[in-house]
Design a protein around this ligand. Structure first.
Ligand code: M6R
Length: 360
């Protein structure tokens, strides 16, 4: 049942305020974050996070949270690399496996490699899945069934659960006091409303997507917490619209990708106004000086400061800085969706892809 939408993907994008609200309600009880008691953050030296595809990008985003908020070093790896590299795993490591389906073959094999070496947590959407069952602790993302091959609501629910886990770890390790935790929880609880505002801009995003759909190649740029989202935006666009897209850290532009810039290549810059905003603006200027078309996705302040000379600017609602990756996932998804609709591709069942990759 597509709930009145043309595609499951559209329905799943629209459901995000609701399912994120439900995920928050599942974990936040009496002003605290309730996680399985076996998770002992105090004694951890490091976290290893392993996943594939979009779930891997959720891990890359969570690295910023665990390191900046909880002060725990985090290593993130692609499951198919991790499992064959056979990395050393110490006993004070928490190994986290993120998988919507809970059945991805490489992620499961990586989990089995870590069994008996580290404490194992799974972040999955299917409680009965192999990855959920074989982990010491399963943290459900509560996104509800995701049918579209392109992951949308599972990604933002993964981010939500990982953000909660990082806040809990920070509090348990004495890096965050009760008041700060309460402030962050209030910010998280305000997210569904902010996501609804972002969804309210679907028409402008769709218009931008139709323009992007004319391109053969697209670059996505992001810095800091927005960098993994640049990778995710590019993956989403290529998966369903078959437009070649690449994501880069903004600071890498001069180290190669700038050679691709000409007037045919849209450069999608995801940059709310933050401490690093001015650096990203100079990257945008380098693109524009070479005739490149910048689609800036930012907030009101960012638009006021940097809109001039851009090809298009999309203004997102205000959002607490820490949780911006969750909000900015929505325009990335909507751009891909509407570009694919404009190209007439099979949005929910793109060619060559399977929802669950249970073979290597
Ligand atoms: O079920 P999983 O989360 O383990 O799946 C991982 C990837 O196969 C998945 O995220 C894939 O990249 C999606 N098609 C992305 O939209």
């Amino acid at each position: 049942d597509k709930g009145g939408h043309k595609h499951f993907m559209a329905k799943e994008i629209a459901e995000q305020p609701t399912v994120i609200g439900e995920a928050l309600a599942h974990y936040i009880k009496g002003g605290d974050i309730v996680l399985p008691t076996q998770l002992d953050f105090a004694r951890l030296d490091r976290i290893v996070m392993v996943a594939c595809g979009t779930a891997f990008y959720a891990c890359l985003t969570a690295k910023y949270w665990f390191e900046q908020v909880a002060g725990i070093p985090v290593e993130v790896d692609i499951a198919s690399e991790f499992r064959y590299r056979e990395p050393p795993i110490g006993p004070n490591t928490l190994a986290v496996f993120v998988s919507q389906s809970g059945e991805t073959a490489d992620t499961l094999a990586a989990l089995r490699y870590c069994a008996d070496k580290a404490q194992i947590a799974a972040v999955t959407n299917v409680d009965t899945s192999s990855i959920a069952r074989e982990a010491d602790v399963n943290l459900p993302i509560r996104a509800g069934a995701e049918i579209g091959v392109a992951s949308t609501k599972a990604f933002t629910c993964q981010l939500t659960v990982l953000a909660l886990t990082a806040l809990k770890a920070a509090h348990a390790r004495g890096r965050m006091d009760d008041d700060t935790l309460a402030d962050h929880l209030a910010e998280l609880q305000s997210l569904p409303g902010r996501l609804n505002h972002a969804l309210g801009q679907a028409d402008e995003i769709a218009a931008a997507a139709r323009a992007v759909a004319e391109a053969q190649d697209v670059l996505f740029l992001g810095r800091g917490r927005m960098y993994p989202l640049a990778l995710e935006g590019a993956l989403k666009l290529k998966e369903i619209s078959y437009i070649h897209a690449e994501g880069y850290a903004s600071g890498e532009l001069k180290h190669g990708p700038i050679a691709l810039i000409d007037k045919t290549v849209p450069v999608i810059v995801m940059a709310p106004r933050d401490a690093l905003f001015d650096k990203t603006v100079s990257n945008m200027q380098e693109v524009m000086a070479r005739g490149g078309k910048v689609l800036l996705i930012t907030d009101r302040e960012g638009a006021a400061a940097a809109e001039e000379g851009t090809w298009r600017t999309l203004v997102m609602p205000e959002c607490p800085a820490l949780f911006e990756p969750i909000l900015y996932a929505l325009p990335a998804q909507l751009l891909a969706y509407h570009a694919a609709v404009a190209k007439g591709t099979d949005v929910d069942q793109p060619r060559n892809l399977a929802k669950s990759v249970t073979v290597e």
